[in-house]
Design a protein around this ligand. Structure first.
Ligand code: CMC
Length: 396
């Protein structure tokens, strides 16, 4: 503990909250040493294999799996809310041609609070539920429009006859523009990636959502803060860095020299290592299988061979074994996104769509938690004290 006796009193100095639990939560459990990830008690492997993103969203938000009636109603409600107000479309069209899609997403999610002023009434459970449904429903529409905007193409409206992920693919690529968009294996891979990204307990963006939400502002403003946190390269951007690294390595024969450089401390093996997982990130195993499924459709990417060989060598190398460095969620996801013809700027948008139910589940938990206070950490003050102000005409 560090003491700032004249300021805020006794405070534990913990930059980055490495040892501070900021909340109680029953949403997601992680055991990093054993490589375990569970949503509401269900192992991620089972959810990825047997569930769908919308069912997982229901589970996260409600805390239990839906009955058939509840599931049908949930899917119906989400589907019913996929359209966004025409003025939001005009708002997005006002961005520069080269605007980053994450900037567009953050701004348009924040702007939605002005279209739904009813969202400010966070004490009404029905109203909270409506905003949660709106947000999960509209994120793919906003994400797809940000993508079309960067390409200078007209935005595609939602098609509510399609599934959640199928509709997203349709708004991105219009079936006619991508030879892969209508393939079930592609839809399943993307849906699985959304499931794997749906929550990860107190990561930086969930913390941002909670911190802003603790002021009791509407959920659009809170989620916009989450998108902002995710935008940062230390949070949402590592899969893009993996692709750049694989491209730089170029061919399998160059791997040993690259690994030596990593061991010498020249650079990091991107997509390896994790603050929490000191074992295989369970999401990485599932993504690797999905990558193989996607490449069956799209044809293989030479970078996949480099990635697989790199993983094999690293997992047997003492440097990585000793430090418990294993592939993380980002090691293979960028390869899938690239195979689906997403530009790197879109990778984080896909992450944001997947993470939305997690943000909202944590927001809901926060606003219902009687013990929760406004997020207002202490500080250790290191500046001057008690100076005497000298006016400009004397000072200059
Ligand atoms: N390549 C080589 N060495 C590494 C790596 C790596 N990827 N990651 C950690 N190390 C070494 C590090 O040099 C240190 O060695 P030493 O003890 O000799 O100084 C040791 O392992 C511990 O590293 P650390 O930086 O204390 O570990 P951390 O828990 O603070 O960092 C991390 C976690 C994810 C930032 C880090 O592993 C890293 O930079 N990985 C590469 C980037 C990456 O893949 N990021 C995506 C993370 S998953 C995202 C998500 O879950 O949302």
């Amino acid at each position: 503990p560090a003491t700032d006796e004249e300021g805020s009193g006794l405070a534990v100095y913990d930059p980055g909250f490495v040892n501070t639990a900021s909340c109680r939560s029953s949403v997601t459990f992680i055991d990093g040493d054993k490589g375990v990830l569970e949503y509401r008690g269900y192992p991620i492997e089972q959810l990825a294999e047997k569930s769908s993103f919308l069912e997982v969203s229901y589970l996260l938000v409600h805390g239990a799996l839906p009955t058939k009636e509840e599931y049908d109603a949930w899917v119906h409600e989400i589907t019913f809310h996929t359209f966004v107000h025409e003025n939001i479309k005009e708002f997005m069209q006002g961005f520069r041609y080269d605007a980053h899609p994450m900037g567009m997403l953050m701004a348009s999610v924040g702007a939605m609070s002005t279209f739904y002023p009813d969202a400010a009434n966070i004490s009404d459970p029905d109203n909270r539920r409506l905003q949660i449904i709106r947000l999960i429903a509209k994120m793919p529409t906003l994400g797809a429009w940000a993508f079309r905007h960067a390409q200078g193409k007209p935005y595609v409206y939602p098609d509510n006859d399609l599934s959640y992920t199928g509709n997203f693919l349709s708004m991105l690529f219009k079936m006619s523009e991508s030879k892969y968009a209508s393939d079930d294996r592609i839809e399943k891979a993307l849906d699985t990636l959304f499931i794997l990204h749906a929550d990860h307990e107190q990561n930086a963006s969930a913390n941002a959502v909670r911190s802003v939400g603790s002021t009791q502002v509407d959920p659009y403003s809170s989620v916009a803060a989450g998108v902002g946190a995710l935008f940062g390269p230390l949070h949402g951007g590592a899969n893009e860095a993996v692709l750049r690294m694989l491209r730089r390595i170029g061919k399998v024969e160059n791997i040993p020299a690259f690994i030596e450089g990593v061991k010498a401390g020249n650079e990091r093996l991107m997509g390896f290592g994790h603050r929490v997982y000191k074992n295989y990130d369970p999401r990485a195993t599932i993504i690797k299988q999905q990558a193989l499924n996607v490449f069956e459709v799209t044809g293989t990417n030479p970078l996949l061979n480099i990635a697989m060989e790199l993983e094999k060598i690293a997992l047997e190398d003492e440097y990585f074994v000793k430090r418990k460095l294993y592939p993380n969620v980002d090691f293979y996801s960028g390869l899938i996104y690239e195979a689906l013809e997403f530009p790197p700027e879109m990778f984080t948008v896909l992450f944001a769509i997947g993470r939305t139910p997690g943000w909202l589940s944590q927001w809901l938990e926060l606003v219902q938690d009687k013990e929760q206070k406004i997020a207002r950490p202490k500080q250790i003050y290191t500046g001057e004290r008690g100076l005497t102000f000298v006016p400009r005409d004397v000072r200059w």
